[in-house]
Design a protein around this ligand. Structure first.
Ligand code: NAD
Ligand code: GLY
Length: 348
């Protein structure tokens, strides 16, 4: 399977996303695979069997979001300098979204930009993070606050890698799939209701549909001036949940699942979504063991967290809401009392 992503205004950014194509990967020039010890231990051998290059290096970064930082970025760049990488060299991001974001950012910086390809190994990175060119690292001020938009040369998705993925990580990816379907594609949503993503055929189709949806969005709004923000559906609430639980209790996708349910409850209050539509979304999330609720101890404090979002560009709080199933509405005019009433449904 293959999905082509084209940016009409800038054809140099066009690239393909290959899904289970089992292609041989042939590179000229120097190549560095950036990965972490877990992914390397599980899958590097099989990657190396299908990869050919003139000169190959492996750069290993410790595993985890904590290491998506300046120090790891420096480590990648230093390796490239030490091995005299040049403009014709290529980086390969081999791992989940953490490795993908960091490698893409390193590629955007080294000698003002070299090529990179994405080989995502988590479901979340296959359906979302590896596509669309957001790259970056975290710092003490927040997540992903330093970065660049830099599209990869290609994305190679192999569902084979997902066989070793812990089931919670799988679920986290499903939440992002549900996000795309609810906000953009009714047919996809209805298909998801009857699909079993634990079967390979359905999984491949869900990945393809998600990549196509994301590609369609990013092609229209690469730099998130408008439409791309819809991909943050559920995230306004999720970021607060993650923050209040010190990023420890939930995986990001799990927090997104809770956030989707909260956003849907708000949409129901605003008559954008019916109760039964909201329940249908929840039913899919529950089927993949995703959390759909969170006990809020202080609704005012929860609300105040919305405006602490480091990326908030003005004082208005933006909500991305489902408008029926398969459409969306972006709102920054919602009365505080309506949001508080929604949050009260979750209060203990
Ligand atoms: P992750 O990269 O931390 O991977 C999750 C865990 O799974 C890690 O421990 C990893 O080593 C392990 N892992 C990876 N592949 C595996 C495999 N095949 N088998 C077993 N274990 C495996 O997390 P993630 O959920 O993939 O990505 C989250 C990151 O992605 C965040 O930093 C987030 O900001 C970023 N992100 C970026 C975008 C984007 O558009 N650029 C979109 C969404 C998320
Ligand atoms: N994951 C959100 C985006 O790529 O814009």
């Amino acid at each position: 399977m293959k999905v082509d992503i084209s940016f009409e205004a800038k054809s140099s950014s066009n690239y393909s996303v290959f899904i289970d194509s089992d292609k041989s990967l042939i590179f000229s020039g120097k190549v560095a695979i950036v990965t972490n010890p877990k992914v390397a231990g599980l899958h590097l051998k099989s990657l190396l069997e299908k990869l050919t290059s003139d000169e190959l290096y492996i750069i290993t970064i410790p595993d985890g979001e904590f290491y998506k930082n300046q120090e790891s970025l420096d480590l990648i760049l230093e390796n490239l300098f030490n091995h005299k990488f040049n403009r014709g060299s290529t980086l390969i991001a081999f791992g989940g979204g953490v490795i993908g974001d960091m490698t893409g950012f390193a590629a955007s910086l080294y000698q003002r930009g070299i090529d990179f390809v994405q080989i995502p190994t988590t479901l979340l990175s296959q359906v979302d993070a590896s596509v669309g060119g957001k790259t970056g690292i975290n710092n003490k001020f927040g997540k992903n606050l330093i970065g660049a938009f830099r599209q990869p040369q290609a994305v190679y998705i192999e569902t084979e890698y997902l066989k070793t993925l812990p089931s919670r990580e799988f679920g986290a990816g499903v939440a992002e799939i549900v996000k795309m379907a609810v906000t953009f594609d009714k047919d996809f949503f209805e298909w998801l209701e009857n699909a079993d993503l634990r079967s390979i055929e359905d999984l491949q189709l869900a990945i393809k549909k998600s990549v196509e949806t994301k590609a369609w969005v990013v092609a229209q709004d690469e730099k998130e001036k408008g439409l791309r923000a819809v991909l943050n559906y559920g995230h306004t609430f999720a970021h607060v949940v993650e923050n209040l639980t010190n990023y420890k209790r939930y995986l990001h996708g799990e927090a997104v699942s809770i956030g989707i349910c909260m956003a849907n409850d708000l949409a129901v209050r605003l008559d954008l979504l019916s109760t039964s539509q909201s329940q249908r979304v929840k039913d899919i999330l529950v089927r993949y063991d995703l959390p759909t609720t969170f006990e809020i101890t202080d609704v005012e404090a929860f609300y105040d967290h919305f405006s602490l979002d480091k990326k908030a560009d003005d004082s208005k709080i933006k909500f991305i809401l489902a408008k029926g199933l398969g459409d969306h509405q972006m709102r920054d005019d919602i009365d505080k009392e309506i949001v508080l009433s929604t949050l009260k449904e979750y209060s203990v």
